[in-house]
Each structure stands twice: as structure tokens, then as C-alpha cells.
Design a protein around this ligand. Structure first.
Ligand SMILES: Cc1cc2nc3c(=O)[nH]c(=O)nc-3n(C[C@H](O)[C@H](O)[C@H](O)COP(=O)(O)O)c2cc1C
Ligand code: SF4
Ligand code: SF4
Length: 423
């Protein structure tokens, strides 16, 4: 059986699955139950000066019958006294010495404040710190969270302050509410971070109640922007992980977070450069027992691929993630409809006719039955028909034999430049 343990920035974990800092890691009771269920680690709900929370505070984005396709919240950091949390961290670590406990911390970007909280918390024996520079609501209005995480200089300074006194690894958690996350990731590295984690939640308004006209969620009729997470944010998080992992001047591990719901998502994040993953919404939606599927699925996948250790997956797809200008302009694909499987729903025809390249013809066979056929000369291989097709295997996207040698936009520009300079 494959080894699914990881060593993330020097922190050993029996599997790559940590609960992200959030409601599932709010108390010792919960984290201990999660460890009993099999979770490898937990990033404790962010410790800070205790806050007051509001009710209600969560919003679900249910799409087309799927509950919690996305999730948002206006919850703040821990509303429990730090001492209480520290006592529970101490007890939990004592009971589960082989599991990872990371303390998530948040203070203003001031040296003495970071020194004070790091020293106080490490006294109870955590395996690492995660600096919450990402909370987009409430705390940012008080000069913390994403108010810090949106400024590379403050990210660097906060990391540096924590590192000055931390005796265990420091992970800087980044906000996605920024134009270029590689700028803050590199700032964290400059500050001495042992790793970064991404993503925290994305600014969002989950909906408006069209009867009461109240924003969702609402607190006595009023709402505020919240943080978005869950399956809907996975593509955004995955890109941010990949963008950071492929930077030649970025060298520290990444803890992948954002919409991870199953073992397949985990594999994708690890292939794109994550050294481990964190999960919040999926645990809130389905409970701690999802860890069984997460670990079993991952283990079976590795066995089936003949891979001995999950760590061998890390970053394997990063080289394939590049700039658009490096893609081969001469590569050609077309759609082919498999009429044995097609149910003639016509969705592909409508999609291609209305919003693509009008190259799916409706023909009539010798029995007088209608069928669809792609006019391959006009098909641009955009994928749309296969995306809208509801039947697995009814449309294949097929590579055509390449007649021209590969040529990217960069190659093309270089060739043009050479031509011009030789004239
Ligand atoms: C209700 C709620 C509270 C959260 N509180 C925190 C927090 O205290 N500290 C923190 O760093 N992230 C917090 N997060 C963000 C999560 O740790 C995580 O980054 C985010 O939810 C994305 O992961 P997911 O898609 O698996 O939920 C919170 C998320 C939710 C849903
Ligand atoms: S791949 Fe695009 S262009 Fe080709 S048939 Fe499908 S929708 Fe039309
Ligand atoms: S969308 Fe798929 S199933 Fe429907 S007509 Fe096109 S190929 Fe057939």
C-alpha cells in the first residue's frame, strides 16, 4: 500500500489532509473527534483578541439542485478566550502526538504584537503557525486579515516578525482578494516563511432574498460582504497554487486550500504543486467521516498508478502549466459525435449554432432518421459541444494528425523578428 504521509515544510503528517482554520477546528472537542476519525492535522480556528460574532453568518450557494456548490460566511476569528483555546490545544496535542496542530494567528502588522502572540502560543507546543493574512471581512476593517494580506510589504513584515521568535515552521496564509497572488507569495518567502497556504476566502455576496430584499446572510435585515469558499472556488484556488508553484524564483512549499471535496481534488492540487491540502467546507457539509474516502481514494489511486508515496505527486503538472504564449498554435482538435451513444437531445447543435462556429450539421440517414455530424473542416475544437453534452462518450474531442511543426506565439514572434532583422 502506498505511503500517504507527508513532510510539509518539516512538519510530518500521517496523511496530507488537514482541517483548515474554521468552524471545524474551533474547539479541542472537535479537533480530537477529527483526529479520532483519521485527519492528519488541524489548523486551529484563528486565535486573536476574542471577537463578537453575529447571527446569522453563513450563506449557501445551491446551484441547480446541488446544495452548497459554494458557501460564504461573515464569521470572524475565534470568539473564545485565547487561554481556553491554548489549554485545549495542549490537551489535544498530548492525546494525539502524531497528529499536526497548527495555530492560526492574527494580529496587526506590528512587531511586538506578533512576538507576543507567537511566544504565548508556542509555549503549549504547536507544530507550526499559520498567519491569517486573508480574512476578507470584519477583521480587515480593523486593520488585520486581508487588509494586511493585500500589501506585499506588510505580508513580508508580518512574516518576518513571526519568524523572529517562532521555533516551529511558519506558514503564511494568503488572500485571493488581490490581482497577483505571486507577489504576496514571494513577499512571504522574503519574510522567511517556511511555507505559504492558499487560499483564504474570496469577497462575495451569496444572494439577495427577492421577497424581503435582504442580503443573504442577514443580521436583523442588513448584510455585509463575506468570504466565498467551497467547490465553486476550486478553479480559482488551483490556478493560484499553480501560478505560485511555477514561479522560478519561488521555492517554499504550498498548502493547497479552496474547494477540495474529494481525493481527486487532492491529487489535482498536489500535481499542481501543493505539498498538502486543507479542507473546510466539505467537512462542514458532510462531517469528519469524509476522511475515510479521502484517504482510501488517494491510497487506491497511488496503488493503481504504481506510485509508492503521495509526495511523488507534488508538482508533477507544474511544468505543463505555462503562459498562453508558449502554447502550440499548430495543434488541431475537432469534435466527433458518436451516434451509437448520442440521444439526439440537440444541445450540442444549439450550442455550436448559437454560440460557437455553426459546424454541427443535422443530417438524415437512409432510414429517414435525423443525426448530427460535425463538419470537421470548420470545427475549431473549442470543446463547447462536449461540455454541454449530457451523455458521457457521445462526443470525443480528437487530436488531428499535426501537419505543421509545433509553433507557439513566442516562436512566431521570434521568427518574425529574425526575418525582419535579416531584411
Ligand atoms: C465559516 C468559516 C470560517 C472561517 N474562519 C477562518 C478563520 O478563522 N481563519 C482562517 O484562516 N480561515 C478561515 N476560514 C477560511 C478557511 O480556512 C478556508 O481557507 C476556506 O474556507 C477555503 O477552503 P474550503 O473551500 O475547503 O472551505 C473560514 C471559512 C469558513 C467557511
Ligand atoms: S468543438 Fe466547438 S466548433 Fe467544434 S463542433 Fe463543437 S462547438 Fe462547434
Ligand atoms: S449533446 Fe450529446 S447527446 Fe445531445 S445531441 Fe449532441 S452529441 Fe448527442
Amino acid at each position: 500500500m502506498a505511503d500517504i504521509s507527508i513532510n510539509f515544510a518539516g512538519i510530518k503528517s500521517p496523511n496530507p489532509y488537514w482541517l483548515a482554520s474554521a468552524p471545524p477546528t474551533n474547539t479541542g472537542y472537535q479537533v480530537q473527534r477529527a483526529f479520532e476519525a483519521g485527519w492528519g492535522g488541524a489548523v486551529w480556528k484563528t486565535l486573536c483578541e476574542p471577537v463578537l460574532n453575529v447571527t446569522s453568518r453563513f450563506g449557501g450557494y445551491h446551484f441547480n439542485g446541488q446544495r452548497v456548490a459554494g458557501f460564504n460566511n461573515i464569521e470572524l476569528v475565534s470568539d473564545r478566550p485565547i487561554e481556553e483555546n491554548l489549554q485545549e490545544i495542549y490537551e489535544t496535542k498530548k492525546r494525539f502526538p502524531d497528529r499536526v496542530i497548527i495555530a492560526s494567528l492574527m494580529v496587526e502588522p506590528q512587531r511586538d504584537k506578533w512576538h507576543e502572540i507567537v511566544k504565548r502560543v508556542q509555549a503549549v507546543g504547536v507544530d507550526g503557525f499559520e498567519l491569517n493574512l486573508g480574512c476578507p471581512h470584519g477583521m480587515s476593517e480593523r486593520g488585520m486579515g486581508s487588509a494586511v494580506g493585500q500589501h506585499p510589504d506588510l505580508v513580508e513584515k508580518s512574516t518576518l516578525y513571526a519568524k523572529e521568535v517562532a521555533e516551529v515552521p511558519v506558514i503564511t496564509k494568503l488572500t485571493p482578494n488581490i490581482t497577483d497572488i505571486t507577489a504576496t507569495a514571494k513577499a512571504a518567502e522574503r519574510g522567511g516563511a517556511d511555507a505559504v497556504s492558499m487560499i483564504n476566502t474570496i469577497n462575495s455576496l451569496i444572494g439577495v432574498d427577492i421577497d424581503t430584499w435582504n442580503p443573504i446572510p442577514n443580521v436583523n435585515g442588513k448584510g455585509a460582504h463575506g468570504g466565498y469558499c467551497g467547490p465553486a472556488v476550486k478553479p480559482i484556488a488551483l490556478n493560484m497554487v499553480g501560478e505560485c508553484a511555477r514561479q522560478p524564483d519561488f521555492h517554499i512549499p504550498i498548502s493547497g486550500i479552496g474547494g477540495i471535496s474529494n481525493w481527486q481534488d487532492t491529487v489535482e492540487f498536489m500535481l499542481m504543486g501543493a505539498g498538502g491540502v486543507q479542507i473546510c467546507t466539505a467537512a462542514m457539509h458532510h462531517g469528519f467521516s469524509i476522511i475515510d474516502d479521502l484517504t482510501e481514494g488517494l491510497s487506491n489511486y497511488l496503488d493503481a498508478k504504481g506510485i509508492a508515496s503521495v509526495s511523488e505527486l507534488i508538482g508533477k503538472s507544474v511544468e505543463k502549466y505555462t503562459d498562453w504564449s508558449n502554447l502550440d498554435l499548430n495543434h488541431r482538435m475537432v469534435a466527433r459525435i458518436n451516434n451509437d451513444v448520442c440521444i439526439n437531445c440537440n444541445k450540442c447543435h444549439i450550442a455550436c449554432e448559437d454560440t460557437a462556429h455553426q459546424c454541427i450539421d443535422m443530417l438524415v440517414d437512409e432510414n429517414g432518421d435525423e443525426y448530427l455530424k460535425v463538419r470537421e473542416d470548420d470545427c475549431v475544437g473549442c470543446n463547447l459541444c462536449s461540455i454541454v453534452c449530457p451523455v458521457e462518450g457521445a462526443i470525443d474531442m480528437v487530436d488531428l494528425v499535426q501537419t505543421e511543426p509545433p509553433m507557439s506565439w513566442n516562436d512566431r514572434q521570434a521568427a518574425l523578428q529574425m526575418l525582419n532583422s535579416s531584411r
